[in-house]
Write a protein that binds this ligand. Structure first.
Ligand code: SF4
Length: 371
């Protein structure tokens, strides 16, 4: 007995590939592909039955040959600061997370690109999972579509209205370790017939897969963030194993060569951990490293993860660190901690249950607005 042919994962296809499938495989007029694509990526349709302006025969063909691979909501946790952490289940049972962070100026979604992560950063809860697998483009964009649907208010009667304004690829996984799927997802998310995000409103963060940074710069036009977290190799080797392969000097060279669009800067994320990387000397070395690089530094006071053994830098030390950078003419900001009470903050995504005990060390308020 021969196995049934695998169905096409429709929401993973860029418009051109979808058009080929619709015309060559289904024998339909190519313009149908655009209708279908808009249903998938503007309205976030999760079934062919919803696509009422497609003929019944086309919907039947689609049912037979293709599928819409989405995510099932597994858990939703709301922080006192308005942050919502969504936990999704993939079809094969992997749990991944996205974090919605609304503010008066923007509505941002932090997106995951992998189930788990292979990078092994010592301070990060996701690292404890190891890499389970890469997410497909459809699973990456499904996070955006699902949250757009979830936060669309009833007053927003236009179905295609997109409440999310910004995307940051800083959730579970190392985006450049799943580059092909990241690139396809970005193409869909930026397309006019899709959600139409501007490149200025999308940021991808990497720990520094040096050869991939050049490719990322050549093949995409979105913003780059580097998760740096140390000012010398000795410290970075101890907290980020990737640094054993590509040293800070290699990383900085890749940043200097990065094709920045006019007016843009590279964001350097620096998680402040008490006694690890938060000394005055670290601030001065960091300022020296960034000399000549159009950069801004986001300082993040570490969100403590039980069992990982790192402590957060206290407020006045963080402020002194920022001030030292500023004095050295480096734009530096202490980033508001979002969703700490629901383990939704940076480095805390590890499929933990709602019941996990987590005691915030300080009130959940923004001390300095993000720029
Ligand atoms: S910080 Fe990012 S890259 Fe490092 S282990 Fe965590 S998810 Fe992976």
């Amino acid at each position: 007995m021969t196995a049934a042919p695998e169905k096409v994962d429709l929401a993973s296809l860029p418009l051109e590939a979808l058009t080929r499938f619709v015309s060559d495989d289904l024998g339909e007029k190519p313009f149908r592909a655009k209708q279908l694509y808009r249903w998938l990526h503007q309205r976030g349709a999760t079934s062919f039955a919803e696509m009422t302006d497609l003929s019944k025969s086309l919907r039947e063909k689609l049912d037979e040959r293709a599928e819409i691979i989405g995510l099932t909501k597994d858990l939703e946790q709301r922080s006192v600061d308005g942050t919502i952490k969504y936990r999704w289940k993939t079809r094969d049972g992997k749990l991944i997370e996205s974090v919605y962070m609304p503010s008066p100026e923007r509505k941002t979604l932090c997106v995951s690109t992998q189930a788990g992560c292979a990078m092994g950063c010592r301070f990060c809860a996701t690292a404890t999972l190891g890499l389970l697998r890469n997410l497909t483009p459809s699973e990456i964009v499904a996070q955006v579509h699902a949250v757009n649907r979830a936060v669309r208010t009833e007053a927003q009667l236009v179905k295609t209205l997109r409440p999310l304004t910004n995307l940051v690829f800083m959730g579970m996984g190392e985006p450049l370790h799943n580059f092909e799927h990241l690139k396809t997802s970005l193409g869909i998310l930026q397309s006019e017939d899709g959600p139409n995000f501007s490149s200025r409103h999308i940021t991808v963060s990497t720990v520094g897969l040096v050869p991939m940074i050049a490719r990322f710069g050549e093949e995409t036009d979105v913003k780059l963030a580097i998760s740096l977290n140390a000012s010398n190799d000795e410290t970075r080797d101890g907290i980020m194993p990737v640094n054993k392969k590509w040293k800070i000097a290699d990383l900085m060279e890749a940043c200097r060569n990065f094709p920045l669009r006019q007016g843009r800067r590279i964001t350097f994320e620096y998680v402040l951990m008490a006694g690890v990387n938060d000394a005055d000397d670290d601030a001065l070395r960091l300022a020296a490293l960034l000399k000549g690089v159009p950069a801004k530094v986001n300082l993040i006071q570490y969100n403590e993860n039980p069992g990982l053994g790192y402590l957060s830098t206290v407020d006045n030390r963080a402020e002194r660190f920022r001030a030292l950078l500023e004095k050295a003419h480096v734009a530096a900001f202490i980033r508001a901690n979002r969703g700490r009470d629901i383990a939704a903050a940076c480095g805390q995504l590890a499929n933990t249950e709602k019941e996990r005990s987590f005691t915030p060390l300080r009130p959940l308020v923004a001390r300095r607005a993000e720029p």
